[in-house]
Write a protein that binds this ligand. Structure first.
Ligand SMILES: [Zn+2]
Length: 344
């Protein structure tokens, strides 16, 4: 079978399509024929080299496909049949620590993301622990289903378990065209929040509006922090949904109201920021870190999908053979929503 692998870190040229043996399945695993897989910024970081990545590595965290067979325990404990259409949840954890047992797998000491610290899912066939395999929502096509798990789970975990977003809150969500931004806008609107978002070009404004954003700031034309203060009559937002990092940090702090929460999951423009802690304590503000999410988050997201409150946005689909071009497209920021690759 074919798999997208890297044997060294570097630019797009390190991406290879390798011929590999079919994966073995453990007793608690399900064998899946992959239809589609989504790219995440994590793929770019893994390719370029971050700590914890062992080589060679099969790329990719998100996949959707068709069940081929189940291991002995998986067949006994889960209702999967050959031919079932499924999504996979990009979590691997020990399953028996206090965090796992309380549904907080992303705090588990053995928490792993496929395609980062364990082998990924961009292959024609993959084996996945049955508990991290869920039915594909019927209302989503393969591309939307592949685009769902990592980005939506990350966004949901930031908004609800971490920031505790409530009806009537104001929220600043960076990057309407990013996978997590486009997910967060829809979810925040479903929760009854007023959404201010940012885009880098006027062409992206209309799509941001269709997602439900109430106010859209073109960050290349207007200063974000100042614009948010104008929109909120000087008060600031209840929640800032951060992921760009260095470039947006000062605007984020400026836009945050007294008692507000800044929740961050990324550093795409750089990881080092400055903070005046006097301002933090005088304003009773909270800075909250968040990575990935939990199986419970994904189950909640699937309810939002059923209620037509959330749908993953797919920007462009590539064949797996064009994986280098797919990475280029994501790297250059041309997308609105998720980049998907097909294994059809
Ligand atoms: Zn655990």
């Amino acid at each position: 079978m074919k798999a997208i692998r890297i044997h060294a870190h570097g630019n797009r040229q390190v991406l290879q399509i390798d011929e590999m043996d079919y994966p073995r399945i453990a007793a608690d695993e399900v064998l899946i024929k992959v239809k589609s897989s989504a790219l995440n910024h994590l793929d770019l970081w893994v390719r370029e080299g971050i700590p914890g990545v062992s080589l060679p590595m099969i790329m990719g965290s998100d996949a959707t496909g068709i069940v081929q067979k189940a291991g002995r325990i998986a067949a006994r404990d889960y209702p999967f049949q050959k031919g079932d259409e499924v999504i996979t949840v990009p979590i691997r954890s020990c399953g028996h620590c206090a965090f796992c047992l309380s549904g907080r797998e992303n705090l588990c000491r053995e928490f792993h993301i496929p395609g980062e610290s364990v082998q990924g899912v961009q292959a024609e066939y993959i084996s996945v622990p049955a508990k991290y395999v869920l039915p594909k929502p019927g209302s989503l096509d393969w591309h939307q289903a592949a685009a769902l798990p990592l980005a939506a789970m990350t966004a949901y975990h930031m908004l609800i378990p971490k920031a505790g977003l409530k009806y009537g809150d104001w929220i600043l969500i960076y990057g309407a065209s990013s996978g997590i931004g486009s997910a967060a806008i829809q979810m925040a609107k479903a929760l009854g929040a007023t959404v201010i978002t940012t885009v880098g070009s006027d062409q992206k404004q209309e799509v941001a509006r269709q997602l439900g954003a109430d106010y859209i700031i073109n960050y290349n034309k207007q200063p974000v922090g100042k614009s948010v203060l104008q929109l909120t009559q000087g008060r600031g937002v209840d929640v800032v949904f951060e992921h760009p990092g260095a470039k947006t940090w000062n605007d984020s702090l400026r836009a945050l109201r007294k008692g507000g929460k800044l929740v961050t999951c990324g550093a795409t423009t750089g990881p080092l920021v400055k903070i005046d802690i006097r301002s933090l304590f005088i304003k009773h503000q909270q800075l909250i870190g968040s990575t990935m999410g939990t199986l419970h988050d994904v189950l909640q997201i699937l309810k939002m999908v059923d209620r037509k409150q959330f749908k993953p946005i797919v920007s462009k689909v590539f064949s797996y053979e064009d994986i280098k071009e797919a990475h280029r497209y994501l790297e250059e920021g041309e997308q609105f929503g998720k980049v998907v690759i097909d294994f059809f």
